[in-house]
Design a protein around this ligand. Structure first.
Ligand SMILES: [Zn+2]
Length: 158
């Protein structure tokens, strides 16, 4: 068989499968397609969307450490289904990052409890204000009566 490098073949787009995610080129027979024939049978669209085994397996991080990771971040130049695939790959990465979430949730819980405590205090304040207001209203009523009394006395004096 030809050497694993297959250098002349890798330079030919007709015989080289390019991963749409990491943009690395592969000889089709060295991928899950098993043979060049499989690749030749694919239409232009499918070839453009083809992903290497690694990217298809959920985007292992090994490729993301080099400069080709940019194409992953950019989401690629083609639109539609490919974006969904890219988004899904990103989601998978984010899901992997979820292992660090419990700590964040604990923080969040703390925040929510703090806000809840603040809210309870606010409700208590509001209740107090309400009763104070009722007292003020009562006081105001009394003052109004006093004024009316005084007014009638003034009227009498005039
Ligand atoms: Zn790839």
């Amino acid at each position: 068989m030809i050497s694993a490098k297959c250098t002349p073949e890798l330079s030919s787009p007709e015989k080289t499968a390019k991963s749409s995610v990491c943009e690395a080129s592969f000889h089709p027979s060295r991928t899950r397609m098993k043979s060049l024939e499989t690749y030749k049978q694919m239409n232009k669209d499918r070839r453009a969307k083809w992903k290497c085994d690694q990217c298809a397996a959920g985007g292992k991080r090994s490729r993301n450490t080099d400069e080709s990771s940019d194409s992953v971040e950019d989401g690629g130049e083609s639109a539609g289904a490919f974006d969904v695939v890219t988004a899904f790959a990103k989601l998978s990465t984010q899901m992997a990052a979820l292992t660090s979430v419990p700590a964040s949730i604990a923080d969040l819980k703390e925040s929510v409890e703090f806000i809840s405590t603040q809210f309870d205090a606010f409700v208590a304040d509001t209740a107090q204000m309400k009763s104070s207001f009722a007292k003020l209203e009562n006081k105001n009523q009394q003052l109004k009566m006093s004024v009316e009394t005084l007014q009638s006395k003034v009227n009498y004096l005039e």
